[in-house]
Design a protein around this ligand. Structure first.
Ligand code: GUN
Ligand code: FE
Length: 458
């Protein structure tokens, strides 16, 4: 199962490379030479290299030039970092698109819990998680932060499949022991915590080496967890100071009201999760729509990351817009989440586009105080921003030398006659081609997907 065993020879490319260096700093490197060593790390990145110089370049790096072929990317082809999906639900893969237009609580009760309950069956889990992980890889999602179902066994299977297929992932058993049906609930606080520990142990056992797959502590949200359960998860978080934590946070009006009724002693959700030891710089907070000013300041101080999920936020019963510009202005980490299946799309391109749409709504609502997102900013959120939110920016997110090569090879031109992508014309600069792909392309333009240097798209 160790993905590192399947790592092959070094990889080398010559052509256009596009990545983010910062929020609004898109870097387009032309005639770029990139070399990836056999552990999947980027060993060299150099722009403006003439093809005739490549062999001496390779020799200087200590390789025999004939050991590996250099892949020459043509016009309209480029490399960019793989997408990081900071929030999604693997067991909702088969329900996307079902149940739009209703409240979050109704959607959970009438559509979602029944789907997730099916993962009690481990054969079903193997089948559906295999499709799910392949589906996400197909969309160029090289890193995903997954909520599993509440089943420990199925969640272990999800981790196995990510490792086997070579997807970088955070995988969490979903904790929930109240306000859910009796046929889909953790049977006790103890059982929920025991299973969480087993999943953590399992993932550490299967992936002690490559650390491609990591456990994540995953209380669904406060509504579905008794105080003792939240407390127990806080204890686990303290015992494992390296583990990320994820939850749904300030997502919907009905959810806020329900949470207040359950926890009248707390002023807001920030105080609630802080009291249970669940907010820190390793916490991924999905949605973050309705934060009070003091909460924004608090999550900034704590260093929590925001998983912005614009598709699901505009798919339920109202059009909800998170104040992303304000978070960015304050230096809060932000990434994008598909939120599969509250979100109907598993495409990060679609998710970026919806982030642009809601950012314009926000710009209107704030009378241009919160300006809309630029193309470069959207791409940053989908890559480097997401890596920061997942605590992985030292390893992935762009093509800095020393990072792992998690990358997409985009072929923007060949498919313009069959795809929906805006046709590329002769005079188009690479930045126009890139914009056309982001705004109108799809996974058919993703010719190859690499994680840690391994080719992982079927
Ligand atoms: N809040 C609690 N559970 C869920 C879920 O599955 N999806 C979304 N979007 N919000 C939630
Ligand atoms: Fe969600």
């Amino acid at each position: 199962l160790q993905s590192s065993q399947t790592l092959g020879l070094p990889l080398a490319f010559h052509g256009t490379v596009i990545h983010s260096q910062g929020l609004d700093e898109l870097e387009i490197l032309e005639n770029c030479f990139i070399l990836v060593d056999n552990t999947g790390k980027i060993q060299a990145l150099q722009s403006n290299v003439n093809p005739s110089q490549i062999n001496s370049f390779i020799s200087e790096l200590g390789y025999a030039p004939d050991v590996f072929p250099v892949k020459y990317l043509q016009r309209g082809q480029f490399l960019c970092p793989g997408f990081v999906d900071t929030h999604n639900h693997a067991p909702q893969y088969a329900q996307r698109g079902v149940g739009r237009g209703i409240t979050l609580m109704d959607w959970l009760n009438t559509v979602t819990f029944a789907h997730e309950a099916k993962f009690k069956d481990t054969e079903y889990a193997k089948h559906m998680y295999s499709r799910c992980v392949s589906g996400f890889l197909q969309q160029g999602i090289t890193t995903a932060s997954y909520y599993g179902s509440l089943h420990g066994k199925a969640t272990q299977i999800l981790a196995d499949i990510c490792l086997e297929k070579g997807q970088r992932a955070l995988v969490g058993k979903c904790n929930m022991n109240r306000n859910c049906p009796d046929w889909y609930t953790d049977s006790s606080v103890q059982e929920s915590l025991d299973q969480t520990r087993e999943v953590i142990q399992h993932i550490h056992n299967i992936d002690s080496e490559s650390k491609l797959v990591r456990p994540v502590i995953t209380p669904r949200f406060a509504i579905s967890c008794e105080p003792d359960l939240l407390h127990g998860l806080g204890v686990i978080a303290k015992e494992h100071p390296e583990l990320p934590i994820q939850t749904h946070f300030n997502e919907a009006r009905g959810e806020l009201e329900f949470t207040r009724r359950l926890f009248p002693e707390f002023r807001n959700e920030t105080e609630l999760y802080t009291k249970f030891g669940l907010l820190s710089d390793r916490t991924i907070l999905a949605h973050c729509i309705f934060l009070e000013e003091e909460e924004i300041e608090e999550i900034r101080k704590l260093g929590c990351g925001v998983a912005h999920c614009p598709v699901s936020n505009t798919t339920m019963d109202s059009f909800m817009v998170a104040p992303i510009r304000e978070y960015l202005r304050k230096g809060i980490k932000v990434g994008l989440g598909t939120d599969c299946g509250g979100g109907h799309s598993i495409s990060m391109l679609e998710t970026m586009r919806q982030a642009f749409v809601v950012s314009i709504a926000r710009q209107e609502a704030t009378r241009v105080e919160d300006t809309s997102l630029s193309l470069a900013e959207g791409f940053y959120l989908a890559t480097l921003g997401g890596a920061q939110v997942c605590g992985l920016d030292e390893r992935i997110g762009n093509f800095a030398v020393g990072k792992d090569f998690d990358a997409l090879e985009i072929h923007a031109i060949e498919l313009d006659t069959v795809g929906i992508m805006t046709p590329v014309e002769e005079e188009d600069t690479i930045s126009v081609i890139f914009e056309k792909w982001i705004m109108t392309g799809d996974d058919r333009n993703i010719a190859k997907v690499y994680v840690q240097g391994r080719s992982v798209k079927a």
